[in-house]
Design a protein around this ligand. Sequence first.
Ligand SMILES: *Cc1c(COP(=O)(O)O)cnc(C)c1O
Length: 415
Amino acid sequence: MLRSLAQTDSQVEKILKKETIRQQDTLTLIPSENYPSRAVREAEGSILIDKYAEGYPGKRHYRGCQFVDELEELAIERAKKLFKGEHVNVQPHSGTQANIAVYQALLNPGDTILSLNLSHGGHLSHGNKATLPHTHYRIIHYGVNRDSEMLDYEEIRRIAKEHYPQLIVVGASAYPRTIDFAPWREIADEVEAYLLADVAHIIGLIVAGLHPDPVPYADVVTTTTQKTLRGPRGGVIICQKEYASLIDKAIFPGTQGGPFMHTIAAKAICFKEAAEPQFKEYQAQVISNARELAKTLMEEGFRLVSKGTDNHLLLIDLSSKDITGKEASTILEEAGIVTNRNSIPFDTKPASITSGIRPGTPALTTRGMKEPEMKLIGEWISKILHNPKQGNIRKKIREKVKELCEKFPIYVNSS
Ligand SMILES: *Cc1c(COP(=O)(O)O)cnc(C)c1O
């Protein structure tokens, strides 16, 4: 029992070592990834991993829960303060689980959900064909406006009035612009629908006061903790008091079993960290870095969806270049620049190919990188994507990427 990982399983240990080196030596521009603090990682690997605690503080199905009760109450108190919410559930294992529980809490099978089209920046868990919500509910999508590539409230109102959904979902995985939640509340009220705001990507900006807050407007808010919030992998549900019991029952026993108490400890830590002044500075830098990267790429001749960014990510439209999103992300990785391919609005290519990539700045900002590094990285991306047939360019940039990574170690600036 006391043998280390290296002594117990050299195969897994070797893979972890390789992954550590990969993370250290490459630039992560995937906007949903981040490097949480050492404290968060310690909690994830702590003794709490062995504790069963089905139920909620004071109402557990198992004995021996006095300290995990204290812990979950602490996490809830911190979350309520941080998110300014009336009720918080910290048990969802992920953002997807949080959304499924909200549907389970508020809807009946066959009810209608109105949400953002996946190919316009929505998330799978908002009712994509391949998912469980799609088999249980009627899914209607809205998209972004063809010209502005932004949310078009008149069009969304029109679709809402045509279908009278029971639930409207506002929130995105690939939307580079600010979302104003007040008009969503109005539209939801006009058709008497519940309003769910899924702010998985932008929650860090919201708690730092750098993006409008959905909590005063939405009936329920869901988020992840691993993206801009820089915590453990997991989900959170914030709701008005009147839905508290429905939401809690929909998580347990509705859609989950025992909570991950080690992750709840890590969530409590990340809520504390997110309330500190340095977190606000970090989020402001995330946004400045995204702006600088956007500016550089536009100067280099790339078209960005919606012509820029207000938040932590950008969507590059490659359709006028001689390269697909899939090819672009593949050759960028050869140079140590890790991104993901992404559909752009009205994409003519399938999701497995796409015409876009979606770089974001949260992870690089945690490493301590600022505007000068963003400019450099933007120029490297340009050079690589404008010369896809020249492998030697990628090789040269790969060396420069390594040098830059050495100056900004992972898991130093975040702890
Ligand atoms: C990432 C994301 C989720 C889901 O998160 P998981 O933790 O991966 O399940 C849900 N909604 C949106 C908008 C997201 O971007």
